[in-house]
Design a protein around this ligand. Sequence first.
Ligand SMILES: NC(=O)c1ccc[n+]([C@@H]2O[C@H](COP(=O)([O-])OP(=O)(O)OC[C@H]3O[C@@H](n4cnc5c(N)ncnc54)[C@H](OP(=O)(O)O)[C@@H]3O)[C@@H](O)[C@H]2O)c1
Length: 303
Amino acid sequence: MKTILVTGSNGLLGQKITDLALLDQEIDLFASSKGPNRYPVASGYQYVDLDICDADQLFSTITKIQPDVIIHTAAMTNVDACEDDREACRKLNVDAVKSLATICSEKNIHLIHLSTDFIFDGANGPYTEEDEPNPLSFYGQSKLDAERIIQTSGCRSAILRTIIVYGIVNDMSRTNIVLWAKGALEKGDPISVVNDQWRMPTLAEDLAACCLLAAKKEATGIFNASGKDLMNMVELVENVADFWHLDKSLIKPISSESLNQKAKRPPKTGFVLDKTIRELGYQPHSFIEGLSILDKQLKSFTH
Ligand SMILES: NC(=O)c1ccc[n+]([C@@H]2O[C@H](COP(=O)([O-])OP(=O)(O)OC[C@H]3O[C@@H](n4cnc5c(N)ncnc54)[C@H](OP(=O)(O)O)[C@@H]3O)[C@@H](O)[C@H]2O)c1
């Protein structure tokens, strides 16, 4: 039996981890997020209202729960907002991780931390775990700083790096590319999509499963944890259009430069997944299989 504390449990990944942990008899789950619980089921686990930026609250909550593992999903994840409000980004993505890593090190708790492909500059993707990071944005820099803090803290840790996560959960605070593209195309709205960025989109369920594999295997080190299909963003939304029989002519390919976003994005990321498949038994779905899993969930959400 493992006691697992999840931070950011109201988020996309947090709710998917909760789904899986509730099915697992060997996990005693504590879900935590800032503010009221938004997970639709109230039993089978305990919920704690926890702001991870409050170091005292973080310490007292962890001391009380005494988890074997903490899966740290909470973060400031809006890349342009991080560029705009660097102080808030630093507080959540770096300072809170420092407190967490210190506590985990003192109490010998296994820390599973989520990181991103945005630590790379996108000049040479797909990347292995050993490739040299070079972030282009403040968000990417904050996540890299957090990785380094964890690695030097001395705590037992696994860092799982992922790439655009998609899926649906209850009462989401932000959307993702698949839901956005599907929603817009269904309404007949034209969408502009960059044709000079390549990614490996990740089904939220796959990433949640990878977090639990890392917890069970007490894995340490860095692991790539994305989907397995590398595609251009235009191809990605074309796949979405094809899957739901939507009008592809509404998709307008544009360059990243013309979008003029606050934060710079890496052109081509993607991950080599060999280590994670070999060492953790990670088995990601293809993108089309992922869309089909999402489709079934969307149908159950609307009935
Ligand atoms: N999503 C992606 O495409 C992507 C790509 C690469 C890496 N990642 C990484 O994967 C992890 C999980 O991402 P996600 O998509 O699940 O993000 P998400 O849906 O934005 O979830 C993050 C959760 O953290 C909560 N939170 C925010 N501030 C908090 C605080 N101070 N204390 C406690 N909880 C707080 C948020 O609450 P509210 O919902 O109330 O705001 C949200 O529920 C993150 O570390 C992210 O950097 C994500």
